[in-house]
Design a protein around this ligand. Structure first.
Ligand code: ACO
Length: 381
């Protein structure tokens, strides 16, 4: 049996911070309303040149530096996201290319705000079965690109960012101990984000005449989502503890999906836990969907909220509806990475971009050489 341990972590938040006051010039809202109802004061918004993939890459590069793992050794990359730049190539494939992770399988995972917990389970199971020895699991989002900035009910809630962990297999018991994943598609309409613009199909017959020219923006029934979230946080935590045969008192920290402080307060009351048992950073980040748990994890580690041998729970909930929790033993203390070391290691990513360009050029040259002269079919020779 192999155990999947977190041996590296990294986060990336875009430089631009947008405060509630700034939003109050955009929609009819106030800092007081937003903070009172959600706990949010500000969020980060990606610059025009940034994409979900570049955010994910930055977080992954930092996590690999902490893990002291060379990108060429990475065997699996999973990006949990609801805001991919493309359906294909996947964000994970772009990250694979940016990292120069030439031996890695890569795919995106769609489970909205629960995506990171789902992806962690997929990766840790791949390690447990021996299919791979390590994996990079990333949550990355550019929610700012799928929000209706004229809708005060949603635009004040979300932010952009990415967080990543490196998982490594070990025979030492620990790491990801148990996970519970759940879903309820009957609540899909409560929180949705259309993915496709349907092009009309030029074939006769009504069945081909799609008319779903919907906007690609988040639609949410806030009150219903609120009720759903407060229920499933408590039940997921209880379920994952039962699976891991552990008591709530043995857990040092709970890192929930950062959607709303009031949701966490209600869940804490249900579990009869002090709010301090939950790590919260939503005040500074807003809801970054699949990225929120790994970003919060990085900040919790930086603030010394996790010590070796601590048990920690990640709990996610969101669109789908989906929800889930992971119970982990935080038992590896990787060396601190100096700024200089980190910057020096980034040279390898410049080289990876160069190699990628060369491969593209090589493909073009090979295609040009293989192309037969105009009008000449290969089988006519
Ligand atoms: N500023 C000022 N007033 C506002 C704003 C705003 N930004 N947004 C809504 N209002 C108004 C409404 O128009 C409404 O006014 P009315 O009474 O005149 O009609 C009033 O405030 C109350 O609106 P509600 O929607 O009932 O407010 P509520 O107290 O439920 O808070 C909120 C809204 C914050 C969205 C809350 O329902 C919530 O947090 N829900 C969960 C949302 C969430 O976490 N979603 C993501 C989870 S999953 C995932 O991460 C994808």
């Amino acid at each position: 049996m192999r155990y999947a341990h977190i041996v590296g972590w990294g986060r990336y938040l875009p430089e631009r911070v947008v405060t509630n006051d700034e939003l109050s010039h955009l929609v009819d809202t106030t800092d007081e309303w937003i903070h009172q109802r959600t706990g949010i004061r500000s969020r980060h918004i990606a610059a025009p040149h940034e994409t979900t993939a570049t955010l994910a890459f930055e977080a992954a590069a930092r996590a690999l530096a902490v893990a002291d793992l060379h990108p060429s050794q990475v065997e699996l990359i999973i990006v949990a996201t609801s805001t991919p730049g493309h359906m294909f190539p996947s964000t994970a494939c772009l990250v694979q290319d940016y990292l120069g992770a030439g031996r890695a399988g890569a795919f995106d995972l769609s489970a909205a705000c629960s995506g990171f917990v789902y992806a962690l389970q997929m990766a840790s199971q791949s390690i447990a079965t021996g299919a791979v020895r390590n994996a990079v699991v990333i949550g990355a989002e550019t929610m700012s690109r799928v929000i209706d900035w004229s809708d005060r009910g949603t635009c004040v809630l979300f932010g952009d960012g990415a967080g990543a962990v490196v998982l490594k297999g070990s025979s030492v018991p620990g790491g990801v101990l148990s996970t519970t994943l759940r879903s309820d598609g009957s609540g899909g309409d409560l929180l949705s984000l259309p993915a496709l613009y349907h092009n009309p199909v030029p074939i006769a017959g009504a069945e081909f005449a799609h008319n779903g020219h919907h906007k690609n923006i988040v639609d949410m029934d806030g009150r219903q989502v609120y009720r759903f979230a407060t229920n499933v946080i408590a039940s997921s935590i209880q379920d994952v503890l039962k699976m891991g045969e552990m008591a709530l008192e043995d857990v040092a920290l709970i890192i929930p999906h950062q959607a709303n402080v009031r949701i966490i307060e209600t869940a804490a009351k249900k579990l009869k836990l002090p709010l301090e048992k939950f790590y919260l950073n939503v005040e500074r980040t807003g809801n970054t969907s699949a990225a929120s748990i790994p970003i919060a994890l990085c900040e919790a580690v930086e603030e010394g909220r996790l010590k070796p041998d601590d048990n920690v729970i990640f709990v996610g909930f969101g669109g789908g509806l989906t929800w889930g929790a992971s119970l982990l033993k935080w038992d590896v203390t990787p060396p601190q990475v100096s700024f200089i070391d980190h910057e020096w290691k980034r040279v390898r990513y410049v080289m990876a971009r160069g190699r990628s360009r060369l491969r593209r050029l090589q493909r073009r040259v090979e295609a040009a050489v293989a192309r037969p002269p105009n009008g000449h079919k290969p089988d006519e020779s």
